[in-house]
Ligand binder design. Structure first.
Ligand SMILES: Cc1cc2nc3c(=O)[nH]c(=O)nc-3n(C[C@H](O)[C@H](O)[C@H](O)COP(=O)(O)OP(=O)(O)OC[C@H]3O[C@@H](n4cnc5c(N)ncnc54)[C@H](O)[C@@H]3O)c2cc1C
Length: 318
């Protein structure tokens, strides 16, 4: 008989963890107070890049494991994953710690004509593009197809689940602040624009911040349904309302990455709170495993972290 496991959360961390545990023979139930399309995970574009993910050494291990899994998934068009070129403009090569999270063949120094004229140095990479509007429903189908049960319910007290002596995995993102009283969690507010698809535009980003407060990012992520233009990185900011002046700043910064942005026709604006933490919490306490605090790279590390949860539960209850 299969052993039961409960997962709290159905963002990318909870769904990926559930799918990995199912593959390893567990019978999984997810408890969540939001549908996948209402989560922070649904606001992301998303592209492989371990932004604001700590600690760096582990992030690279988890990012590489996820890269390889996404590469496999890209062979199935229904997954919403594809392998795309990405140019990342870098201010200081010594700070580009994340390059170690890529397979060697996937990254090279950009040629001068590939670097936008306002900048001097960039890397050219091939990375997974994870179209969240397709990928989250895909993961949910995988989960349900393997017999998974989704319960729409807020967990007010984690002891109500852990008391049964069955394993529970906490994938609640920012929700862990309240659920397990984690005061080290903080929001990293991200505002993005969704423009109508821009023909011929490629994925591009800067790996550093702009502006006096260091809260401004620049990135372009073309998807099938839209081109995502970002962004912001407001640490400690809980405001979910989009701000018009911020939109203008995003358009100006993205125009320095690609002149094609000047023709962008904006469809929508979105805001999400990335679950920031000094380190991702991935550890086991008795029958409770924590997997949250993935900052701005929850997709990038998702498979690597889910495999580690499965390892922590190997041989359960010992
Ligand atoms: C603008 C923006 C752009 C981004 N771009 C990228 C990108 O390009 N690449 C990348 O890798 N990452 C990106 N990210 C980061 C990524 O979206 C997050 O790291 C990731 O979504 C975190 O996923 P999660 O599943 O841990 O949390 P969430 O998606 O927040 O899910 C948490 C889940 O827990 C549930 N929950 C919480 N508390 C409870 C409770 N008490 N009871 C029941 N359920 C509960 C919620 O309902 C939800 O289902 C971006 C984020 C933003 C905001």
């Amino acid at each position: 008989m299969k052993q039961a496991v409960s997962i709290i959360g159905c963002g990318v961390s909870g769904l990926t963890t559930a799918v990995v545990l199912q593959r390893q023979g567990w019978e999984a139930t997810i408890y969540t107070d939001q549908a996948p399309e209402e989560t922070v995970s649904a606001v992301a574009a998303a592209i492989w890049f371990p932004y604001e993910v700590h600690p760096q050494e582990k992030a690279n291990v988890w990012s590489l494991a996820s890269y390889l899994e996404f590469e496999e998934l890209s062979k199935d068009p229904a997954s919403g994953v594809s392998m795309v070129p990405l140019t990342v403009i870098v201010r200081d090569e010594a700070d580009a710690w994340w390059t170690a999270g890529l397979p060697g063949h996937a990254i090279r120094q950009a040629r001068p004509e590939e670097v936008p004229s306002a900048y001097s140095f960039a890397y050219r990479m091939t990375v997974p593009l994870i179209e969240t509007q397709l990928y989250l429903p895909y993961l949910l189908r995988e989960f349900r197809g393997a017999g998974g049960l989704l319960v729409n319910q807020k967990v007010d007290n984690i002891k109500n689940l852990t008391i049964k002596n069955l394993p529970v995995v906490n994938c609640t993102g920012m929700g862990a602040k309240e659920l397990v009283g984690d005061s080290s969690l903080y929001p990293i507010r991200g505002q993005i624009l969704k423009a109508e698809p821009i023909a011929g535009i490629e994925a591009m980003s800067a790996d550093f911040t702009f502006g006096d407060a260091g809260e401004e990012l620049a990135y372009i992520i073309p998807r099938r349904d839209c081109t995502v233009l970002g962004g912001t990185t407001g640490k400690g900011d809980y405001d979910l309302q989009p701000d018009e002046a911020t939109n203008q700043g995003i358009l100006a910064r993205c125009s320095t990455l690609s002149p094609l942005v000047k023709d962008a026709r904006i469809q929508a604006t979105a805001v999400g709170l990335r679950p920031g933490r000094p380190e991702i919490r991935l550890e086991r306490e008795g029958n409770l495993v924590h997997n949250y605090g993935h900052g701005g790279g929850g997709y990038t590390v998702s498979w690597g972290c889910a495999y580690e949860v499965a390892n922590l539960l190997k041989g359960f209850p010992s």
